[in-house]
Design a protein around this ligand. Structure first.
Ligand code: PRX
Length: 646
């Protein structure tokens, strides 16, 4: 990766919130005096019904941290009500449908009334504070309405990405014990329909606790209906009152649960608090995107992911921004779609994932250069490392060498961005997520937890709590401790490898656990393996990641069929289908290599490290194979290795 530094243009510098010396001063203060720093920021960014007794309590050693103890607030009030005096007529949401002809502008006053109305609908369905509500919707304004309506009454929302299968949905509904599901009859993406209600019907065959399903009518198509359980969103809204006072919520009451893949077992329900999360969402959105009043902010992430939660919904609405919600995909109706949307609504800040940038770059510059993009002032990226050449393309072709890029590193668990340049304050190095945000003490350590020297690779950890930090894994404190705090007690383990250069810039290389990032989506290898193993013809399976030019990574599966079963293309397709049905289209297997046997230690553990090297044709240093039960297995696998298309 290149270490070129891109200076920020004078034009941009004139209007940014912070300069480099101001960042350094504030950063120092934020880590030396977190109590006062966060007290000031919490008052600046959030409106509280009752102040806190203590800003940050507990510590990471005892794992009893908390933020804004005993304070009271309401997330929907902060996103809506408090803006009404100044912004009632300002557009809160610009919605661009999958079909470019479909569009909506929703003002803060309208959103406030929709949310209040839907909060009353939820109450009528007997949903109360602390109950879990599952939201399985496409990218339509009703998804935002549903999230904020839950927040208004203190219900905990669990948004499930519309691309997840019925099986994945079922597992998430059951784990969080949701009592109500909000969905649409169908979703629309790239001109194709997605059978959301049908998936819900399938999932609910094994979710007995769900009493009601509220269905948004998104398309004209009929869907099957369970009388007494299902109701149309539009019908319920027509009967609901538009006044609903916000509940007093404790700062440490959960705002939402969001499932994500880990290195072991089934996805974990990451639980986020109300007070700390909101403060962190607002402050990061303000400084990292250098948000100024009146600007149009577009985060392309689906609300089914943390990026959609924090930077399509909560961050922008907390700051009184206009947020653009896009239902479609970057290549429909053609490859200019993103840039046309930017021109259509005069988008100022655009935030997307490297996988989308790579896919659009592949199609050639014409799709971009035929559009204007003059409104843009800042670009952002998230979800996976962005290589220097892709960064340069984004900078020069999309941003006309005029817009800084914020390469933001963070995770579902962190609630908001932890590492990023601050536009105007940080000279940009393509491919680096730059410096820690306020209050973030990041370090690179070796396997024993000792800090490594500058430029040495190691594990990325965080040493101090920050307000956006997850509270726990829903109903599973043991997993919370084991996943994030067992390896280095008292420090948060990110699961990423990185190095820090001698100017303090962080360079993230990727995951060091059994999590794969495919097109920016987080998939656990264990989940894929257990789906493959459900097939009656399979005896053993192990999956690893291999590089992919567009998606970043692709899944490479080693599969041993049961004895007597012939490995055929038909079986391979069945396995691919099995994984898609079990998890969703995000987990499409790229390669299936048939294996007579898998390399195992004498104690029977599959040696994934070796398999990763074989799949990646990284055969020079196979490492220590002395513990292998049967060394011939490796030669066999090497000889039958599949070529990787990069
Ligand atoms: O590996 C890192 C990668 O995405 C992981 C977190 O995934 P998820 O919880 O789905 O959240 C994604 C969006 C916040 C991280 O552990 N990642 C995220 N951002 C970057 C990144 N890798 C490199 N550079 C980034 N900017």
């Amino acid at each position: 990766m290149s270490d070129t530094i891109h200076p920020i243009s004078a034009e941009f510098l004139r209007q940014t919130h912070l300069t480099e010396p101001q960042y350094r001063q504030l950063y120092e203060r934020s880590i030396k005096d977190p109590q006062n720093f966060w007290s000031e920021q919490a008052q600046k960014f959030v409106t509280w019904f009752k102040p806190w007794d203590e800003v940050c309590s507990g510590d990471l050693e005892k794992l009893n941290t908390g933020w804004f103890k005993n304070a009271k607030l309401n997330a929907a009030y902060n996103c809506l009500d408090r803006h009404l005096e100044k912004r009632a007529k300002q557009t809160a949401i610009i919605w661009e449908g999958d079909d470019p002809k479909e569009t909506r502008h929703i003002t803060y006053a309208e959103l406030h009334s929709e949310v209040s109305r839907f909060a009353n609908v939820l109450k009528k369905q007997h949903i109360k504070k602390g109950d879990r509500v599952c939201i399985y919707l496409p990218m339509i304004p009703e998804a935002v309405v549903a999230m904020l309506a839950c927040a208004r009454i203190g219900a905990i929302h669990s948004v499930v990405f519309g691309g997840f299968s019925a099986d994945s949905l079922k597992a998430r509904i059951n784990d969080a014990d949701c009592q109500l599901v909000i969905t649409a009859n169908e979703g629309l993406r790239g001109g194709k329909t997605i059978p959301l209600k049908q998936n819900v019907d399938e999932a609910l065959m094994d979710c007995r606790q769900v009493r009601s399903v509220i269905v948004v009518k998104r398309t004209a198509n009929e869907v099957s209906w369970t009388e007494g359980r299902d109701a149309w969103y539009q019908d319920l809204m027509a009967q609901a009152e538009s006044q609903c006072p916000p509940e007093m919520i404790d700062a440490e009451d959960p705002l939402f649960v969001l499932y994500t893949s880990g290195s072991t077992g089934q996805p974990k329900g990451i639980l986020h608090s109300t007070g700390g999360y909101l403060v962190y969402a607002a402050i990061t959105h303000h400084y990292i995107f250098d948000y100024h009043d009146g600007e149009i902010f577009w985060c392309t992430a689906d609300v089914g992911w943390i990026t959609g939660h924090t930077y399509a919904v909560y961050g922008p609405l907390l700051n009184g921004a206009t947020t653009l919600i896009f239902e479609g995909v970057p290549h429909y109706p053609d490859f200019s779609r993103y840039w046309n949307v930017i021109d259509k609504y005069k988008v100022n800040i655009f935030y997307t994932a490297p996988t989308a940038i790579r896919a659009l770059r592949r199609e050639g510059n014409d799709w971009v250069t035929r559009t204007q993009r003059e409104s843009l002032k800042l670009l952002g990226t998230v979800g996976e490392p962005i290589s220097a050449d892709v960064w340069e393309w984004y900078y020069t072709v999309v941003g006309n060498s005029r817009c800084p890029i914020v390469d933001t590193w963070w995770q579902t668990e962190t609630g908001g961005i932890l590492l990023s340049p601050l536009p105007g304050a940080t000279p940009l190095k393509p491919g680096s997520a730059a410096w820690p945000f306020f209050g973030v003490v990041a370090a690179i350590v070796d396997d024993k937890g000792n800090e490594v020297a500058d430029n040495q690779m190691g594990k990325l950890i965080i040493r101090q709590p920050w307000p956006g930090m997850l509270q726990t894994v829903y109903k599973n404190r043991e997993r919370f401790v084991a996943a994030y705090f067992a390896e280095f007690p008292g420090k948060y383990l990110t699961g990423d490898d990185a190095r820090r250069d001698n100017e303090g810039y962080f360079w993230i290389t990727g995951r060091n656990d059994d999590v794969i990032k495919i097109a920016g989506h987080r998939i656990g290898t264990g989940e894929v393996e257990s789906a493959i193993l459900q097939h009656p013809s399979v005896s053993e399976a192990a999956v690893v990641e291999v590089p992919d030019a567009i998606k970043g990574h692709s899944i490479y599966a080693f599969v041993t069929p049961k004895s007597g079963i012939k490995p055929t293309d038909a079986l391979k397709n069945e396995l691919i289908k099995k994984v898609r049905t079990h998890i969703g289209a995000v987990a499409t297997i790229g390669y299936v290599q048939w294996a007579d046997a898998l390399p195992k230690t004498r104690s029977g553990k599959i040696m994934r490290r070796l398999l990763r090297k074989i799949a990646n044709n990284d055969l020079n240093e196979l490492g220590d194979v002395s513990t292998l039960a049967d060394p011939d297995v490796v030669d066999n696998l090497i000889n039958n290795r599949l070529p990787i298309e990069e």
